[in-house]
Design a protein around this ligand. Structure first.
Ligand SMILES: [Fe+2]
Ligand SMILES: [Fe+2]
Length: 173
């Protein structure tokens, strides 16, 4: 998983230079699906901070409890991104390499972070996974979201919103 770097899209889309922890410099969260994914990113960061704090204080039970919530969130989040915004952007040839990098990140999360037993794993391993996840989320916040805001038109966002809507329907009891 590579560290965050500014994306230079082949279709000429510029990316965001916001330096805040979570980015809304270009108001991209006003777009429904970006707002929803961004809210999940916020929750990821809240949980990652809780896990780091619990590990630092030696409270392994609390760390494991927060880690389990993070794993549950990510199962649905990765799937939603892949079926929604990734699929829509894949319609443009210039995005293929970039999307492949993000998909490789998702494969890492599924193979490592989602499978780890956080109650018994070494804290250093858990922190390493959180660092990798943070880099991925920041890349989506600072590069993917602002660039997709410019790349997609209303019909594209409508298709992504439909995917998000069907996911919500599926999740309802
Ligand atoms: Fe992602
Ligand atoms: Fe994400």
């Amino acid at each position: 998983m590579r560290a965050y770097s500014t994306l230079e899209m082949t279709n000429g889309v510029s990316s965001c230079w916001c330096t805040a922890e979570m980015c809304d410099y270009c108001d991209c969260r006003d777009i429904g699906p970006i707002g929803e994914l961004g809210a999940e990113h916020d929750e990821c960061f809240r949980l990652m901070a809780a896990i780091r704090s619990s590990l630092a204080s030696g409270d392994r039970d609390a760390a494991a409890a927060s880690f389990s919530v993070l794993q549950l969130l990510l199962v649905a989040h990765l799937d939603l991104e892949e079926r929604g915004i990734f699929t829509e952007l894949a319609r443009f040839g210039g995005w293929h390499d970039y999307l492949a990098e993000l998909s490789t990140d998702h494969a890492y999360v599924r193979a490592e972070l989602l499978r780890v037993d956080s109650a018994t794993a070494e804290p250093a391993l858990l922190l390493e996974m959180l660092d990798a996840l943070k880099a991925h989320v920041q890349q989506e916040e600072y590069d993917l979201f602002p660039a997709s805001r410019l790349a997609l038109d209303d019909s594209g966002w409508a298709r992504i919103a439909a995917v998000h809507g069907s996911a919500r329907t599926t999740e309802e009891p």
